[in-house]
Design a protein around this ligand. Structure first.
Ligand code: CS2
Length: 486
């Protein structure tokens, strides 16, 4: 267990906070304290606290599951401290203890504690990593989904919320009433225009609650777009134990990440911000080009690689990218389907970006899991592939690789690989109805899944037929037999 005490005698080679954690004040509240947030936003903020101790972070977990309870206890026990191990492709690593997270609240246990922070004038940014599918946008209408049961519950009982939308809007209502300036809502999810999506979601909820409040939020809060990047795998008990042993730091909450990290952020804050430019965050007027490159190249090829990789029985991403056939398929996908339809931001070479992505996937020390990448495929396909699929359907590229990717995804959802091993596919947005479609024996039925809704206004007959053909080949002859010609 890491504690404040241990900071005084960290093992050799482990860097501790270069500031006194007892002097840090909280200026950010963050929803969704996952590994990515801990290796990314908290890592950046940690480096500015010495000069600017006003920006400590209060973390909030929204679920009340047993797992979340355990995590909350671990955070409390460790004074919210944890180690971040950054690993380079050559195996070199550096370890630091991050102190930026200064408090952790499990929202269902103490909703008022969250609201108290949200109304505190010292909290000037509310950030979030709530996943690509977490913004409750209806795929068909492209609007905030007011029919969602949890949203309905919050609208009926707005002063005692349970969703992120309910919390943020109630916090802003109380600020308005108390004459406290609004905060910035900063989405750090891998979405195109994540700030605009957040704006749509929070304003959608606010309008349904009280149009006047919505107008005040629109006028006073800010929703900057950002591009966030750092590969951060899941950490198993086995990895925890290994890290403890190798580093000599007993940590119940370690995070591992690649050495690469990038954050491009629009400089549109309502109520001040930390001087993140001092620690490498790129502030730009318009993040669109950067997001497009990141999401359509890195994230899109991650799932193009990992859906078939799971079927082939590869556990790790670096193993999958070593498979010459899978790698070639991803390269062709990038070269023929993606790069020709992307406009690179000034100074960015898409060819170099492609090579760096493939080399990052090869980083064996990261040990990233194919099942982590394949998880929540439904939301990821919509966000990462839609533009590319639409271009293909408009005749700008071949549908072969997309069809293979879709077929691999659907076959992957069956939960059994080519070696006959079973695994549990993770689709957090699926209800029973989606699982019924996914598990149907009929190869066409699953084409009705929401993952593919975003291009249904176009003529998809040829694509759908190809997906069905690919599924048959995968089922009868295996994934490799279905790989498109290069
Ligand atoms: C991955 C991302 O989950 C995924 O599909 O592509 O988690 C990826 O590792 C990060 O976006 C890297 O920044």
């Amino acid at each position: 267990m890491i504690t404040k005490e241990i900071l005084k005698s960290l093992p050799k080679g482990v860097q501790g906070p270069n500031y006194d954690i007892n002097t840090i004040k909280n200026g950010i509240l963050h929803f969704g304290v996952g590994n990515f947030f801990r290796a990314h936003e908290a890592f950046y903020v940690d480096q500015i606290l010495k000069d600017d101790p006003e920006w400590g972070i209060v973390g909030v977990g929204l679920t009340g599951s047993e797992r979340s309870k355990k995590k909350a206890e671990e955070f409390q026990k460790q004074d919210c401290l944890y180690s971040l191990t950054e690993v380079a492709p050559d195996g070199g690593r550096s370890v630091r203890v991050i102190g930026a997270l200064r408090d952790y609240i499990m929202a269902p246990e103490d909703p008022e504690a969250v609201l108290k922070h949200l109304v505190d004038p010292a909290i000037r940014i509310v950030s979030m990593t709530i996943t690509e599918g977490g913004y409750n946008i209806n795929e068909t209408t492209d609007e905030f989904d007011l029919d969602n049961q949890n949203v309905q519950n919050d609208l009926k009982n707005p002063e005692n919320p349970s969703t992120v939308f309910g919390y943020v809007v109630e916090g802003l209502r109380r600020r308005r009433e108390a004459g406290v300036p609004a905060f910035t809502v900063m989405s750090c999810d891998n979405l195109r225009h994540n700030g605009n999506v957040a704006h749509k979601a929070f304003l959608g909820y606010a309008k349904a609650r009280d149009p006047e409040l919505a107008a005040w939020i629109k006028e006073n809060a800010a929703f900057p777009n950002s591009m966030v990047d750092r590969i951060t795998p899941s950490v198993s008990q086995e990895i925890r134990d290994r890290l403890d042993k190798e580093i000599g730091l007993p940590d119940d909450l370690p995070v591992v990440a690649e050495d690469f990290h990038q954050w491009v952020l629009e400089d549109r804050f309502a109520n001040g911000r930390p001087a993140l430019e001092k620690v490498g965050v790129q502030f730009v007027d318009d993040v669109t080009g950067y997001e497009q490159v990141k999401v359509r190249m890195l994230n899109a090829s991650h799932i193009m690689l990992c859906f078939p990789a799971v079927l082939l029985g590869y556990e790790y991403v670096h193993e999958a990218v070593k498979d010459a056939d899978l790698r070639a398929n991803v390269e062709t996908f990038l070269n023929k389907d993606v790069i020709p339809t992307i406009k690179a931001p000034p100074g960015v070479s898409l060819e170099k970006y492609r090579d760096s992505v493939l080399s990052r996937f090869s980083n064996a020390a990261v040990g990233d899991q194919t099942l982590r990448i394949a998880g929540d495929g439904s939301s990821k396909i919509q966000v990462f592939w839609t533009d590319t699929v639409r271009k293909a359907l408009e005749g700008k590229s071949d549908i072969a690789r997309i069809a293979f990717g879709m077929a691999s995804y659907l076959e992957m959802l069956r939960g059994v690989n080519e070696k006959g091993d079973h695994y549990t596919p993770n689709e957090p947005t699926f209800k029973d109805a989606q699982w019924v479609l996914a598990k149907s024996d009929d190869f066409t039925t699953a084409l009705g899944l929401p993952a593919f809704d975003a291009w249904r206004d176009l003529d998809t007959a040829a694509l759908d037929q190809k997906v069905v053909e690919n599924r048959k080949i995968i089922r009868e002859k295996g994934v490799k037999a279905a790989l498109p010609a290069r």
